[in-house]
Design a protein around this ligand. Structure first.
Ligand SMILES: [Zn+2]
Length: 252
């Protein structure tokens, strides 16, 4: 991806590379300042927002900002707040925190503050998509995603090349592999929702010009639906997986 990243097989899809690099630089800055040899997993997003990034972070009742507000960022005050109702869902909580950090890093000059409500509108504003991409890159850094992905294949005795090719095909077998093997590993190791993991894998590709995404576009919808179906089982792991992670901006 960049000289800074260790990822050797995958790159972000075109259009996301600048944001990926911004997220990576922030992660590396935190890691170095804390004297860590590698970025810990799951990425300690709330802790790092406070230190070393020096942004106040809190959980509060945000209903005064409007109905269904999940998170807010205040540029001048350098503060990020997450609504207390989000706490019950670890994946959504972490993604919301990283999304607000994305606004702080990418959009501080555009507005004084952002309020975010849950929304599954794919046509959300550009800045909202950018904050989502930042959050995905921050919580699922590409080189760590690649490392964990190939560790999983090795552990299962799966051939790297063949499995990647299989996963990139929009087949029933591929869908099963994603649903049963790859996506659950990502949700667990990276502390993200099933939905966030789906979008992340659809947003990366092998480092070959014009390669299709690792997770085919045509599998996104059925996998998202299967994530919704998982809600009915009401397990904690599944509860992380049922939430759309796209946000839409609500004017202050
Ligand atoms: Zn937002």
């Amino acid at each position: 991806m960049t000289a800074a990243s260790q990822a050797q097989v995958f790159v972000p899809r075109r259009g996301s590379r600048e944001i990926e690099l911004r997220a990576w630089r922030i992660l590396e800055r935190c890691r170095k300042q804390l004297g860590e040899t590698e970025i810990p997993l799951p990425v300690p997003v709330e802790e790092w927002i406070e230190h070393p990034l020096g942004i106040r972070f809190g959980v509060a009742d945000l209903s005064y900002l409007g109905e269904g507000v999940l998170g807010a960022s205040f540029m001048k005050e350098r503060e990020i707040l997450i609504d207390e109702n989000v706490l019950a869902n670890e994946g959504r909580y972490r993604f919301t925190a990283a999304h607000e950090l994305g606004h702080m890093i990418l959009h501080a000059k555009l507005r004084d503050r952002f309020h975010d409500i849950a929304h599954c509108d794919r046509e959300a504003e550009t800045i909202e998509r950018q904050a989502d991409r930042f959050a995905a890159a921050f919580l699922m850094p590409l080189d760590l995603l690649e490392r964990e992905f190939f560790a999983l294949l090795k552990q299962r005795g799966l051939d790297r090349r063949e499995t990647v090719i299989q996963l990139m095909r929009p087949t029933r077998e591929s869908q099963t592999l994603w649903r049963r093997l790859v996506l659950p590993m990502i949700t667990q190791e990276f502390g993200v929702s099933f939905t966030a993991a789906i979008h992340r894998c659809n947003g990366i590709q092998p480092q070959v010009d014009d390669a299709p995404p690792l997770l085919p576009h045509s599998l996104v919808e059925p996998l998202l639906l299967s994530a919704l179906g998982r809600t009915e089982t009401k397990t904690r792991q599944d509860a992380n997986g049922d939430e759309p992670n796209l946000f839409t901006l609500k004017e202050p």
